[in-house]
Design a protein around this ligand. Structure first.
Ligand SMILES: Nc1ncnc2c1ncn2[C@@H]1O[C@H](COP(=O)(O)OP(=O)(O)O)[C@@H](O)[C@H]1O
Length: 276
């Protein structure tokens, strides 16, 4: 914790802004031109919350490209550590494969090193994905820097499980795909939901692997832990007026434009499509 605090302060990431500056949902998080800067002139500092399988990685990565700020996923940092066979790898493998959370100290240390590396390359701002996941992590983050906005993605639980079980990663390029086709008809006044599979290009198709923690038993345990440990984090940001709740209406084609609209970023997306 102190290491992270020191790193972030030393690197000048910390900005002092009063909570009253930030209201949700509002274009006040961005400059009037809809750029990656917020009104205080620095790059946005956003975080994604949401259950396993909800699509945090997909939407965080898209927003990071749109806004030109780094997407930092603590799950990726943990998986990098696992594949590096470093001193932590054995300890982490047992925890992750049971669907449990890594300790706050370890995760803050991994995040701190990632932030420091990015800063050295000139990165600023961030879109966090998978952090904070405990109240203590939220408190640590709050002490060292000012998060502008926390986007809480929501999806019904039966769909979450199917999506986790359908997740595939290309072992060569690291691309994320999903072979699940979700097609639930509406009933009893509840809307249906359709999410097309996110299939890999031909080059990746034969190299797909499944995450070792995406088995039914482990996903159920991760969902249980999310409800126990991470839901209090939603309240933490709700009380501070920083939480944007976003219920996913369907797959990416349907949800992405609506998310951009909720973030007052539709104009930016159009400008980038025209420039492409
Ligand atoms: N902020 C965090 N705190 C503790 N453990 C974490 C954190 N982020 C990631 N992990 C560990 O890495 C695993 C994979 O994380 P992630 O890829 O974000 O999965 P999910 O699909 O469950 O959101 C988690 O189950 C947990 O063991």
């Amino acid at each position: 914790c102190s290491l992270y605090a020191a790193t972030v302060r030393r690197r000048g990431l910390s900005l002092v802004a009063s909570e009253g500056d930030l209201r949700l949902p509002s274009s006040a998080h961005l400059s009037p031109l809809g750029t990656r800067k917020n009104l205080t002139g620095r790059n946005v500092q956003w975080a994604f919350l949401g259950c396993p399988g909800v699509g945090k990685g997909t939407y965080a990565s898209r927003l990071s490209q749109l806004l030109g700020v780094p997407h930092i996923a603590t799950g990726d940092l943990v998986r990098e550590e696992l594949s590096s066979s470093g001193p932590l790898a054995d300890q982490l493998r047992g925890i992750v494969n049971q669907g449990k959370l890594v300790s706050d100290e370890i995760i803050v240390d991994l995040l701190s090193k990632r932030v420091e590396k990015g800063e050295a390359k000139g990165e600023s701002g961030f879109i966090l994905d998978g952090f904070p996941r405990t109240l203590r992590q939220a408190e640590i983050l709050e002490r060292v820097t000012d998060v502008d906005l926390v986007i809480n993605l929501k999806l019904r639980e039966d769909v979450l499980l199917e999506k986790c079980l359908g997740r595939r990663i290309c072992s060569q390029c690291g691309g994320n795909f999903n072979i699940a086709c979700i097609d639930i008809k509406g009933e009893d006044g509840k809307p249906g939901i359709y999410m097309a599979p996110l299939l890999p290009p031909e080059g990746c198709a034969s190299k797909l692997v499944t995450r070792s923690d995406d088995t039914e038993e482990v996903v159920k345990e991760r969902l249980r832990i999310y409800n126990e440990m991470t839901q209090p984090v939603e309240d933490f940001y709700r009380k501070r007026g920083k939480l944007l709740e976003f219920e996913l209406p369907g797959g990416i084609p349907e949800s992405w434009p609506k998310l951009l609209h909720a973030l007052h970023l539709d104009g930016l997306n159009r400008e980038q499509s025209l420039a492409a």
